[in-house]
Structures are given as structure tokens and as C-alpha cells.
Design a binder for this molecule. Structure first.
Ligand SMILES: [Zn+2]
Length: 109
């Protein structure tokens, strides 16, 4: 990805990823919290695991699905939040910094 400074046309542009970092963290927490819902996909994975392990694996499967579901949801939320944050950084918060003249600017949408 190469961006150009609208001021001096330099291609040395740094991206300050404030919103992206915040978005990733908020997304992770939100995703993990949402997975507390038993109807979430994690329980489906657990059911699959139960089917493989048999009746004796039900308890293990339930615990496993709860942990795995939370992890997956956290990663999903993190990716989504990071994506949202990156768009905010690039187009809304003027977090593109020219390393030559120090100009901060938004990318055209
Ligand atoms: Zn510049």
C-alpha cells in the first residue's frame, strides 16, 4: 500500500493506527462476551466434538466448546474491530502522517 501526501506528494506516509488498536481490543472483548450466549457457534462445535468423543466426552466437549467458542468469537471480533478501526484511521481521523512535511490527512473515500 502506498499513499501520497496531498501537500508535498511524498510517498513516505506513516499510518497512526489509534482507532485500529482500539477497535481490535473492543472487538475482542465484544466477541468474547457475545460468545457467552449458548446459542452461539461455539456450542455447535462442542456438539460435533461430543459426537466424535461419545457420551463420555460430553462434559469435556461442553468445557471445550465454551473455551473454543470464546476464543473464536474473540478472534472474529478482533478482526472486525481492527478492520473498522483501520477505516476510521484512514478516512475519518486523519491518521495518515507525511514523514517529509508532517502533514496529517484523510484518504479520499
Ligand atoms: Zn507531505
Amino acid at each position: 500500500m502506498s499513499f501520497q501526501c496531498p501537500c508535498c506528494n511524498s510517498r513516505k506516509v506513516a499510518s497512526l493506527r489509534t482507532a485500529m488498536t482500539v477497535g481490535a481490543i473492543v472487538g475482542s472483548i465484544g466477541g468474547a462476551a457475545r460468545s457467552a450466549n449458548p446459542a452461539f457457534a461455539g456450542s455447535q462445535m462442542g456438539a460435533t466434538f461430543d459426537a466424535i468423543a461419545g457420551p463420555s466426552g460430553i462434559i469435556i466437549g461442553t468445557v471445550f466448546s465454551a473455551i473454543l467458542g470464546r476464543l473464536v468469537a474473540g478472534v472474529r471480533g478482533c478482526a472486525l474491530g481492527a478492520q473498522l478501526g483501520e477505516n476510521l484511521d484512514r478516512h475519518v481521523l486523519a491518521n495518515n502522517l507525511c514523514l517529509v512535511c508532517g502533514h496529517r490527512f484523510n484518504l479520499p473515500t
